[in-house]
Design a protein around this ligand. Sequence first.
Ligand code: ADP
Ligand code: MG
Length: 396
Amino acid sequence: MSAPSENPPANALANFAKAFQQTPLWMATAPGRVNLIGEHIDYNDGFVLPAAINRHFTALASTNGSRKIRIRSQHFAEEAVLCLDTPPKPDQARSLWMRYPLGVLAEFLDRAADVPGLDIWVASTVPLGSGLSSSAAFEIAFASILEHASGLSLSQVEKALLCQRAEHVFAGVPCGIMDQFASIMGQNDHLLLIDCQSQDVTPVPMNDDSVCLVVANTNVHHSLASSEYAKRKADCDEAKSQLGVNSWRDVRKEDLASASALLDGHLLKRARHVVTEIQRTQDAVEAIQDHYWEKLGELMYASHDSLAKDYEVSCPELDTVVAIAQELGVSGGVYGARMTGGGFGGSTISLVKTSQAKPVLACYEEYYQEYTGQRLDAFVTRPAQGAQAFPIASIH
Ligand code: ADP
Ligand code: MG
């Protein structure tokens, strides 16, 4: 298997040796992801258009001859100890972060996989809890290690669905399929058009060096996120049933005019976001194929507007970044920007001229600090390769 697109963190091997007094046998990497457009429609029969990013979760592993999996994370002091002889249960986890590997292990044991005792060291350059899917990257890197160690081989789709189930059951997050699909199937210089109804994945080339993606992490996470997510999901199901349709794909923008008589005010707003965002995502694919970057930028701003006003999942911090992008405009290097991920904090994504990326990053961070008094972490990314795993000797 080929080497990852990013070398393992320089201190990874030393950290592993320090933690477990031995050398690792396998390494797995899994990228975070960013969604270009198609937000909050993965659970509404829609399309999403994510890319894997050049920030990775890394896991190093070795067998330890016991009936336990020990995991040390660079980000948490406490060691996770997963017992192979007791069926995993979510409440066994002493800390939230341990639920992710426990959930994945449960899925492997359900398939009667012959998982040996392991020592695992993990670290990540995907910021935790910033809407860039560090959780899916964790699940996938861990699942890849378990595949190597147990000999159970999964297809990409099986692995993605297994990890999604782990997140539903053990972390209690009812996520769609986007995060896991993107982290596994990501391709260099391609976005992935995922049809969330059929689960079909179509790579969309984005290989024009004149544009790049800028991710800006606000470092804020409002506690509303999970309760409001559940409410939006319920609103959309209610609106769909009041409209008497089985799928949002059967509703066109024109139908919304007559729907206004059927739906309460806030349900009409939710429906309008879903229907227009499904259309915007399809239009975005066309704009990318035509290298029509001004058009793609307009679609991104329209998506943000719809998420802020109709779906009501933005927040002042995300709106501030988008306002800065608009202030800079195309002449200042920014074609478009929007919140990405679930909202109520997290990150934005912008489409930026590569030649002006440096000053754009500087302006984003400086203006944001000026307007909010807080720190913004902005970085450039290009669509990157998905997860990889290999025996450690092949790195050298
Ligand atoms: P996101 O997936 O957008 O980063 P989530 O809230 O879904 O946000 O997942 C973040 C959680 O995933 C963290 O709070 C932690 O429990 C777990 N996690 C992610 N990366 C790591 C890591 N390197 N070590 C341990 N746990 C991690
Ligand atoms: Mg997540």
